[in-house]
Design a binder for this molecule. Sequence first.
Ligand SMILES: Nc1nc2c(ncn2[C@@H]2O[C@H](COP(=O)(O)OP(=O)(O)OP(=O)(O)O)[C@@H](O)[C@H]2O)c(=O)[nH]1
Ligand SMILES: [Mg+2]
Length: 300
Amino acid sequence: MTKNVFIAITGRPNAGKSSLTNLLVGEKISIVSEKPQTTRNRINGVLTKDDTQFVFIDTPGFLKPRTKLAEHMVKAVRTSVDDVDVAILMADATKKLSAIEQELARSFASHNTKVILLLNKIDLVKSKEELLPLLDEYSKLYNFEDIIPISVKKRINTELIMPLLEKYAVEGEHFFPDDIATDRTERFLCSELIREKLLWTMQQEIPHGTAVEIESFSSRTNKNNAEVIDVGAVIICEKQSHKGMIIGKGGERLKQIGSLARKDIEEMLDAKVNLQIFVKVKENWRDNERFITDNKIADD
Ligand SMILES: Nc1nc2c(ncn2[C@@H]2O[C@H](COP(=O)(O)OP(=O)(O)OP(=O)(O)O)[C@@H](O)[C@H]2O)c(=O)[nH]1
Ligand SMILES: [Mg+2]
């Protein structure tokens, strides 16, 4: 008999949720950056091991909704913890317990969710003693199934996670084909890989005001009989001045974003990629409900 386990990965922005998702799935399916609020959509990562299918639901860092986009992000978290077999609360060992973790704990309590606490980034903590007061605070916050200090970056204790999760598997048909790593389309992953490079290369506020749309995506064979995928993308930003900064002097910045993104997209698609990126201004798109849903920017 086959088994499934649905796992929601929740926690404050920048805690390392997407890094953990990628590590557990074994492939890069969710983008990672040092800037909080990198993930905007719920992303399912899938790993099938023997009879058991693990479905990891990477969620946007929990935050107070100030824009329509943020509202969608919070909704994505709420609906994710609703109906899982187990949730992970990803906490940051270098940060105090905050209103975000308290709010999540309330949400878990109202659904009776089983929750494993992972205290991440312990590579940045000098001594174990330093962690004790925080561990104590967390153990009072919720009746966690387990509490494990980890480091995704340095792979400390990360080997303990999968055997724990397996315990929550329930019998049933697999929900996804056994050979896929995510249910997201290649087009979506392309747009995310481009957005990730914006986050890497631009100042704080600009990438948060951008969205990336894939306008064309087609495959052809070149004269050497190799597959080439033509990808046409548009970066949408909020101001004319931002457009100038994204393009950069002599187009340098956009070239850099394009070449970093192309490398990752080629790796993902295992083919040569010809990537064209344009930049467009659309004021206040983050507050435009129709734009967000029509373009599936925050939708799942
Ligand atoms: N030092 C250290 N850094 C880490 C660790 N795990 C993740 N990071 C870094 O933390 C930053 C945030 O990681 P993400 O995986 O994007 O975090 P997230 O929780 O998905 O963030 P949002 O999508 O914004 O909610 C990145 O710069 C990671 O490289 C860790 O164990 N140690
Ligand atoms: Mg993330």
